[in-house]
Design a protein around this ligand. Structure first.
Ligand SMILES: [Zn+2]
Length: 94
């Protein structure tokens, strides 16, 4: 089967029985999405063997390397602004 949806996940198909056009979910894309979800779950499972400290160190390195305004980063840490720091990580890791 090949993709018929151009990446949207859905395509129009003729339903000859009801004589209408209907939206159908694209199977190859659905399979690909499922495989991606399975792979991500397996990656997360593997990473979960790491210690919290190791993961925290990796993310701290990431923050320092990617946060342009070091003064703001320092202020965030001083004020223990956990939510802003986690938001930064979540937005910038993507
Ligand atoms: Zn498709």
């Amino acid at each position: 089967m090949k993709c018929e949806c151009d990446g949207s996940g859905w395509f129009l198909q003729a339903n000859h029985y009801h004589e209408i056009m209907e939206w159908v979910e694209c199977m190859p894309c659905l399979v690909e999405q499922k495989e991606k979800q399975d792979l991500m779950a397996n990656i997360a499972q593997l990473i979960s063997q790491s210690s919290h400290q190791k993961l925290a160190k990796l993310l701290a390195d990431f923050c320092f390397a990617n946060f342009d305004d070091k003064d703001r980063l320092e202020k965030m840490v001083e004020s223990k602004d956990f939510i802003s720091l986690m938001s930064f990580i979540e937005v910038n890791l993507k």
